[in-house]
Ligand binder design. Structure first.
Ligand SMILES: *Cc1c(COP(=O)(O)O)cnc(C)c1O
Length: 467
């Protein structure tokens, strides 16, 4: 069992004794951080320099330790500085760091494509590589549109996305996202998707089951498809859990119904498994729980175990064949990224897949998930908690101002930020999404470490709701 080392008492250090403070000051002179109002770092929110990772723990420059309860933005599966992935990378580093991926290939990419085709749902046999999640979404959207164009259906130019969805930050990916915090500023620059109501079970009618809610939402999607299928390329969804939208969860039957509707109306089904893929929801891929194969599956985040940026778009042979023609037919997919198929990233992905092959990862996760569920269950009775939900190794606690009406705390009160700050003081990295405190730990946590995470979160919630 790895417990947090007693943290040195920060308050007794003068600024020039703290390595953290020295590095933070240098950082703030030049760096601009993602998803951050930099002004926060002039006040109460620390900028934390991390010098080392050990399994699920992060260690800062002053030697303080934090349990990474969110897998460093949902990327890390098997711990920081994982020795097995590290060793594979070191070997690749001395062999080939990168090569142009047009006209050239290499074994790490070849083997990765073979193995991804093998482990993903049936029919996904063609693999296009990119270097982050948003880029994978761009690829899937462009490929779907271009498929229809190549089939003589150039009038299909729109996409259907779910309310509360999140697919990334680049303009195309943001276009099919519905998290207002990220989208509304850039709305004038974006494509306008058709929004279908999410099957999110939190938004179910009183007394309605998650499954009944999914069936009702499929009925609403059918109406939208009746109106828009002729101009629609694809429906894009995050299977089972809408993560950035607040860890909202839904019944797998929605995906089964979605597959049938996409077939009936002649539109593609894009599964964004960037966050939920690789065992996060209890199965290797979330789509498996509905027994469906999408037309496109986007993978990233956990793909390299959290070591390097890489993404993959898997699609079917019929889609591939719609682009396959003599050069002057002008049907090729001429999309590229400089680092497409980077051998180091592919090698990290292969080492990650080796761990899934050689260790009982999903079984171990089932035990961890059950432990987490037991520890979180008492929170259901909490007067400021409207919902405790879980899908595999994702669990979330929805804080509300009023349990009866489920009226949320105003976002200006930044209650979640208080949980974050409490976590840092007590050796845990928790980073709530608004009023949703969630747990998405690396798969190498122990039950004792989960206990630590939950204990810190519960104390953090008490502080966050006080006054
Ligand atoms: C994180 C995420 C993305 C974007 O991936 P980036 O690598 O951050 O660009 C897309 N879709 C989902 C579901 C995600 O969680």
């Amino acid at each position: 069992m790895r417990q947090p080392a007693p943290n040195p008492d920060h308050t007794r250090m003068s600024p020039n004794e703290s390595r953290n403070q020295a590095l933070a000051a240098r950082d703030l002179r030049h760096l601009w951080h993602p998803c951050t109002q930099m002004h926060d770092h002039a006040g109460t929110v620390p900028m934390l320099p991390i010098v080392r990772g050990e399994g699920p723990w992060l260690v800062d420059a002053d030697g303080r330790r934090y349990l990474d309860g969110i897998s460093s933005w949902w990327t890390n599966l098997f711990g920081h500085a994982n020795p097995r992935i590290g060793a594979a990378l070191k070997q690749q580093l001395d062999t080939l760091e990168h090569v142009i991926f047009a006209g050239f290939t290499h074994e790490p990419a070849i083997e990765l494509a073979e193995r991804l085709a093998q482990i993903t749902p049936a029919g996904l046999e063609r693999v296009f590589l990119a270097d982050n999640g948003s880029a994978a979404i761009e690829v899937a959207l462009k490929m779907s549109f271009h498929y229809w164009l190549n089939q003589g259906a150039g009038q299909k130019t729109r996409f259907i996305a779910l309310t509360g969805s999140y697919h990334g930050e680049t303009l195309g990916a943001l276009s099919v996202s519905d998290v207002a915090l990220y989208r509304k500023t850039y709305a004038p620059l974006l494509l306008t998707p058709v929004l279908a109501p999410s099957p999110d079970a939190y938004e179910a009618e009183p007394g309605e089951s998650a499954e009944a809610c999914a069936a009702r939402r499929l009925g609403e999607l059918r109406v939208l498809l009746e109106q828009h299928a002729h101009e629609t390329c694809a429906v894009i969804v995050e299977p089972l859990v809408q993560c950035a939208g607040g860890m909202r969860m839904y019944h797998p039957s929605y995906l089964t119904g979605l597959r049938a509707l996409c077939d009936e109306f002649g539109v593609h089904f894009i599964a964004d498994e960037i966050a939920v893929g690789f065992g996060r929801t209890g199965t290797l891929f979330a789509c498996e729980q509905a027994g469906v194969s999408p037309d496109f599956m986007c993978l990233s985040k956990g793909l390299t175990g959290g070591f390097l940026p890489l993404s993959a778009v898997l699609t079917t042979t019929p889609v591939y064949e719609a682009f396959y023609a003599e050069y002057n037919a002008g049907k090729a997919f001429l999309h590229s990224h400089s680092y497409t198929g980077n051998p180091l990233a592919c090698r990290a992905a292969l080492a990650t897949l080796d761990i899934f092959r050689d260790e009982p990862v999903l079984e171990r996760n089932r035990e961890l998930a059950a432990h987490l569920a037991r520890r979180l269950a008492p929170l259901r009775e909490h007067p400021q908690v409207a919902d405790v939900r879980q899908t595999g190794m994702i669990a979330a606690v929805e804080l509300v101002r009023d349990k009866a009406t489920r009226a949320p705390y105003p976002s200006e009160e930044r209650r979640g930020l208080r949980v974050y700050l409490h976590g840092l003081e007590h050796g845990a990295l928790l980073r709530p999404l608004g009023n949703v405190v969630y747990f998405m730990p690396p798969y190498v946590v122990s039950t004792d470490e989960l206990d630590h995470l939950v204990d810190v979160a519960i104390a953090g919630i008490e502080r966050a709701i006080a006054d």
